[in-house]
Design a binder for this molecule. Sequence first.
Ligand code: OKP
Ligand code: ZN
Length: 347
Amino acid sequence: MQIFFSNDQFAHAPASEINRGEIGSPFERPERASSVLQAIERAGMGPAAPAQAFDDEAILRIHDAAYVAFLQSAHAEWRALQRHGPALANTWAVRGMRGDRVPTSLDGRLAHYSFDVMTPLDDGTWVAARASAHTALTAAASVASGDTAAAFALCRPPGHHASADCYGGYSYLNNAAIAAQYLRDRGARRVAIFDVDYHHGNGTQSIFYDRGDVLYLSIHADPATDFPYFLGFADETGAGAGTGATHNFPLPRGCTAGAWFAAFEEATVRLKQFAPDALVVSLGVDTASSDPLSHFQLETPDFERLGTSLAALGLPTTIIFEGGYEVARIGGDVVTVLRAFDARREA
Ligand code: OKP
Ligand code: ZN
């Protein structure tokens, strides 16, 4: 397993996050990456190789150009207004409003391009988000070139909630979507994205919803109770050319390994029917029993089974890190998945 990381990802270090009505310390913080890096080194799988730089073209294959320009300049515009701290919207468009309009003022554009209060746009956010996408691209490139059959991109901030032109859920650029498109552009005819994060990857789903060349499979907490609330239901199965190329497996809070792996097996049937040339995994380990944001009950042996099961799919695999918020635990859980994957591949 080739492992990639970019130190520029540490540049995103917001001081605060609004959570449960209070301004507190952020869940999505730089120490998450340090935890995974340390566990990788301790397991003898390191050091992680540095991500390469890419021009913005690979990002613009997925994201709207005006959105990318906004992410790049928003915090400087915020500072120019003599504001301190992270840029944050104060309004969102809802039912009956003209959410498709792009306001001209900064506050209006913040409202247009974001969808929640938990995802601050700070000083280093753009640098880190771009580095996170480059980490994903470096991993995808190493798989696409045939250098390696599997690669892990230690991405942070995560990406699966970001759509073509909207950020939220700690995500700004959709690393998994960018990697999948890169694999397509480098010759894979069909790519499957398997999202095993606790949360539904609303951004990834929406990006590929009407495309038949990228399959999106997701096992996640029922949006009736959990973020992102407004996408990820089982009746969303794709549109147009993408009809039948989205499959959601929402599960109730409290879900244990039995039900989770039953969904995994169902998703695997869909994946095999699709017969992809390459696999992208959105790996969140916030399904762990003790995760502070989540309500599933996966334990360490379940992460081992996850790694084995992903490897058994037998595809060139690019694994993209998404969520997981118990800093003391996530490194170990990620390494458990990666080691089990390698052990199965070598067997
Ligand atoms: C991002 B990823 C905390 C509220 C809980 C968290 C959702 C973001 C998860 N302020 N919502 O999918 O792990
Ligand atoms: Zn998550």
